[in-house]
Design a protein around this ligand. Structure first.
Ligand SMILES: [Zn+2]
Length: 211
């Protein structure tokens, strides 16, 4: 990372450690990115195969729009870099965050047949950018998981175009993606969704409706 992006890398490390401590990025799961420059596109991206609780700023990579590493640094960017790049382009996002929590994994499967989860009536929804009332109905789409990243990036692009108001989406039996204008907003969105998904999951469980 060049100067200026060092601060971005340090901020990503802070978010990674916080999410890891909450159990949302266990092992080497999940990934984080933040925009360094839009034209030409340059993104600070977490590396592949690194424990997110032990991520260091110097391990954060700088990549271009084809997920190629920029600069002399070795390493491998996250396998899901193409997904981050697609979200940055589709949504004009300044940061993209992806977590693998227990609750987002469970609900991404439980609601898969509905194609998404409708979340409404919760005060915490007001933490999503542009939402002013708990009466807001948020549709969180669920996309079938795949290891074919170019194909999955295209499916994500289509889903984001279809659901223009969505603040995030789930990959089935895999995890949650959310983003924001900047890293602080993306972090807030993940916290809001993780809270809401755990709440919904616990309610289903208490009612005995979990399959
Ligand atoms: Zn993942």
């Amino acid at each position: 990372m060049s100067e200026g992006s060092g601060e971005i890398a340090a901020a990503l490390v802070g978010v990674a450690r916080g999410f890891h401590a909450r159990g949302w990025l266990l092992g080497t799961s999940g990934n984080l990115s933040a925009l360094v420059q839009r034209e030409p596109l340059r993104i600070a991206m977490s590396p592949s195969g690194v424990d997110k609780g032990e991520l260091r700023a110097e391990q954060v990579l700088s990549i271009d729009e084809h997920a190629r590493i920029l600069g002399p640094k070795g390493g491998k960017p996250s396998d899901e870099s193409l997904l981050h790049i697609r979200i940055v382009k589709e949504r004009g996002a300044g940061a993209v965050l992806h977590t693998h929590s227990v609750w987002n994994t469970i609900l991404s499967d439980v609601y898969a047949r509905d194609g998404g989860i409708k979340i409404e009536g919760y005060e915490m929804l007001k933490g999503l950018q542009g939402v002013r009332t708990h009466e807001h109905a948020e549709w969180l789409p669920i996309i079938e998981n795949s290891q074919d990243m170019p194909a999955l990036a295209n499916t994500i692009g289509e889903t984001l175009n279809k659901h223009k108001a969505a603040h995030g989406f789930l990959l089935r039996r895999h995890g949650l993606y959310s983003w924001g204008e900047n890293l602080a907003e993306a972090k807030r969105h993940i916290e809001i969704f993780e809270f809401l998904l755990e709440t919904i999951g616990r309610i289903l469980h208490i009612r005995g409706q979990m399959i």
